[in-house]
Design a binder for this molecule. Sequence first.
Ligand code: ADP
Ligand code: ASP
Ligand code: MG
Length: 451
Amino acid sequence: MKFGGTSVEDSTAIDQIAEIVKARLAERPLVVVSAMSRVTDTLLAMAAAAGKGDRDKALDLCHQVRERHFNTAGELLGTGLFTELHSEVHSEFDSLEQLLRGIVAVGELTPRTSDYVVSFGERLSSIVVTAAFVARDIPATLLDARQVIITDGQHGRAIPQVEEINHQLQAHAQPLLAGGRVPVMGGFIGSTREGITTTIGRGGSDFSAALAGAGLSAERIEIWTDVDGMKTTDPRVCPDAHRIKIISFDEAAELAYFGAKVLHPATVLPAIEKNIPVLVLNSSNEGTRIVARTQKSRSLFKAIAAKPRITIIEIVAARMLMAHGFLARVFEIFDRHKCAIDIVSTSEVSISVTVDSNEAIPAITADLEKLAYVKFSGRQAIICLVGESIRERPGVAAQVFDAMKEINVRMISQGASEINMSFVIEESDVAAAIQRLHARFFNDLDPEVFD
Ligand code: ADP
Ligand code: ASP
Ligand code: MG
């Protein structure tokens, strides 16, 4: 059972998840928690401030986070338990403060140190939640994620090492479960084999939960969040989005990858391998069930997602393009800079690709310019329509582009998976595009699939 930032944001929320976990005790849950809402952002901000030498700002932000954890713990725990927790939480914050002072002193924030700072979010939330559970008669035991989630050393987006994780789960989590305990582990963080703290990418607590669920062959993986399931689109953009009752692993993976923030994109992979259903839910109803196979539905699409902050890189090489080996040389450059490409389209004289990280662009450009003329457009977004019925229906593209008549479409791709249709538009057109598509395709819904 994974609880996101809003589900642990204050004492009321933690009280509520304690009730939810209690109701599942007979099923022997393992609990994964995110940092309290907004804490990860604040930790990143204090690390950045310290890196820039702004000691006062860094310490002030640290003080605010400390107060928030103490107030929450105070509200959740009786005097006895609070006293026990007090020194533990204080010493965590003291070491965070020391760390920030250290960053100011050396005047440099490395990715490794940034991961260490940001890890305090999940470390502290898991400490507070464990104590709150114990105070509510849940036999909870804190499980340090860094003992279990072993990763490589790419700080900020470290890659989990599944075999070792499974081994550690057997060694540290399984005995707790067998002894009737409820392990509580922070999501998002891990460590290298050498014991250096890492993080697995923003929103990564879902992924941690899926790794734990798969490694322990759980019956299901529950992602508890602040919406009542996966919706036909982001409810913040379209308040009339509908809940999807059931969706396939493939569809959910495409949606998550192309921007549906409700699920971290890597979450379904471990579940697919072991065929473990994933549920996305909150306390208000049964949520969304993500399963290997779904029945045919009469609705064309399951959902629309948008991925902003995309850059289009256009590689223009009039005489080179058709020459054999050219594409290979272009892709090799992206590969060398560890830069993933989302969408590709080619014409007689150019090849356009989209990338979602700007870090590597200057270096990539320098290399590409040895081969061709390079142009960029920033502030683009990918809109992705997902549905397993797409492949069987003629005229889908015509309907989609008819709905988007006034919007300038820069690139189009019908995914190789045949369950996804994506196109690239200006970031500023995203809300309008989603609202039009949603109004066009989600008004006559199959009640078997949608709420
Ligand atoms: P948590 O902290 O629980 O991990 P997130 O903020 O990461 O929660 O994800 C939940 C949010 O994802 C929702 O509040 C919603 O605004 C957003 N979201 C984006 N696309 C979708 C979608 N298709 N269905 C549901 N929620 C979505
Ligand atoms: N706390 C981390 C973040 O905000 C991980 C998560 O919440 O899933 O990105
Ligand atoms: Mg999330």
